[in-house]
Design a protein around this ligand. Structure first.
Ligand code: SME
Length: 159
């Protein structure tokens, strides 16, 4: 990972230590990730609630997809396969659930606690094939940091 991406990972690492509330954690992480690139046009979280995903904090146009089943969308695919899904051309992927008509590519990175998916980072771009391998590595590192803090907060550890 290059310096610019490492810098964002480091800043998020430092920031999450100061946050003691789950919703704030997701909101701040979404904001910090979104500032990374003009090409990130919808940046947010979907979180597992029971057997489905529900939209969490995000930056971008309002989405109709507030609840997504694991059998649906790119979001459902990433959560059920428990791995990152990076789609270069969403228009050619029949699973795609459109949030905005201008979206051309999408990356979804799960928040994994061992074998359990707690939620995911979802980013849309209006440019095709926007997300690189470097982006993927950066977002997977951030997912790990957010997940670690999430687990701490859910178990009552606030420091
Ligand atoms: N595109 C996603 C739905 C979420 S919106 O993009 C915000 C999907 O196909 O699952």
């Amino acid at each position: 990972m290059g310096k610019i991406r490492k810098n964002l990972v480091d800043r998020i690492t430092d920031k999450v230590k100061t946050i003691n509330n789950e919703l704030e954690l997701l909101q701040v992480a979404a904001e910090m990730i979104d500032t990374f690139s003009e090409g990130f046009n919808w940046t947010g979280f979907y979180m597992m609630v029971g057997d489905h995903l529900e939209v969490g904090p995000y930056i971008g146009p309002r989405t109709d997809h507030v609840r997504i089943e694991l059998s649906d969308g790119i979001c459902g695919a990433a959560a059920s396969q428990k791995k990152t899904v990076n789609i270069d051309d969403v228009r050619s992927d029949p699973r795609f659930l459109a949030c905005s008509v201008s979206t051309r590519s999408e990356i979804v990175v799960p928040l994994m606690d061992g074998d359990e998916c707690l939620g995911e980072i979802d980013i849309d771009s209006n440019q095709p094939a926007y997300f690189t391998q470097d982006d993927r590595e950066m977002l997977e590192a951030i997912a790990g940091i957010v997940t670690t803090r999430l687990i701490q907060l859910r178990s009552g550890v606030n420091q």
